[in-house]
Design a protein around this ligand. Sequence first.
Ligand code: 5AD
Ligand code: SF4
Length: 466
Amino acid sequence: MPAPVTVSKEQLDKQFTYIDAVAGLIRDKRPRAYTHTFGCQQNEADTERIRGMLHEMGYEMTNNADEADFILFNTCAVREHAEDRAFGNIGALSHLKKRRPEVIIALCGCMAQQEKNVEKIKKSYPQVSLLFGTHALWRFPSLLYRVLTEKKRVFDIGGEDDIAEGLPVLRARGAKAWLSIMYGCNNFCTYCIVPYVRGRERSRRPEEIERELRELIAAGYKEITLLGQNVNSYGKDLGLNIDFAGLLRRLNAVPGDFWLRFMTSHPKDASPRLFDAMADCEKVAKQLHLPFQSGSNEILRRMNRHYTAESYRTLIQDARQKMPDITLSSDIIVGFPGETEQDFAQTLALVDEVRFDLLFTFLYSPRSGTPAASYEDPVTPEEKQRRFERLLRVQDEIVAERQAAYQGKRLRLLVDGMAKGPDYPYTARTEGNLLVCVCGDGIQTGEFIQAEIEKTTLRCLFARKL
Ligand code: 5AD
Ligand code: SF4
């Protein structure tokens, strides 16, 4: 496989000159920028890069779209619902654009990488002045410059599967940070649009990842989540003799008191070698998100997932044997085309057996251009909905039981924000990433504390600082 293309220093330097040029154009206006992110953590990480560029240009960030001079939607194409919401949000801005025609409305991300959406925006959403795809993100300064100077709409969905290092980034303050280790996906699960909109897998070089991790630790972040569509294939394209387990070991050696998390893992590539590394590395949180999608081997085959329910069970056993307290979560798709009652029963059985701490459950959403979108699908939406609700009920019982088992336990927590209720005013996370509301003296956001669990509900543990 050819090594990933890194955007050259000259190309990036050029973007920095555009950042300065935009700054020159808007300097006296004290402009404000508003961003809204749909979808996954990868999108959130991308938005932080765009906010970094906007910040360098002189934009101040605002949480209020009404007062913004630049509005950006970073979009998701994984399910129809996310697309509908993005179109709804953009549609609702037509009044704002009429009232303040100078406002720039931009759209980027996975939806912007698809021809059909681009046509729709061109035709029916004239309020959008700038659209760019996932591959053009690093060119944002030059694109915005063109919108500001040429006074016409700019569309850029071109570009290659490349990696741009050294872009500015404006991260959310707090305890947690994202760290992308790779981009794209090679798997082509038959339901999934991601490989079409994010391109092929490409890994960042380990020294770049380590450099960024060191910066994050120095800046005070305590929980760093390594991001990739399929982190278990990290390094395959680099030819450097490093895989994901090796990367974890290297990052674990970085000095500091922090937790490393990662997502998402694919069961076809997760291995005993990975679990050995997780077990050995004290900074790697004992938490695993391992989507299995369906408990039926026939559905897994038609999803192009390359593992079986049995091999998945074996993986979970191995992980639990090496890390007895590990927290497990998964993604499941209900109602994949042709899913029979028996197939679904196998999904329920796997859920019942593994006893996940957290599940993300989705109704199948056909994505045009993917193979599954043309599969026959005789099951009615009503039946799919019933299955979906059955799954939720089974999982709620499991979660109640798993949460209750934390009663009275003493745990290390990372305080990460403010809670809504007055009795337990802070939010925190366990090493397993379970949500905790916590009370006690001298609690500070961004700090690790020891606490004892006082009560539990389905969605939250409640703890007192020790
Ligand atoms: N319909 C429903 N869910 C989907 N996912 C991906 N594509 C689709 C789709 N077309 C789910 C998978 C994946 C998660 C991020 O989104 O479960 O793991
Ligand atoms: Fe989509 Fe499958 Fe790639 Fe995940 S591994 S992004 S589900 S194609």
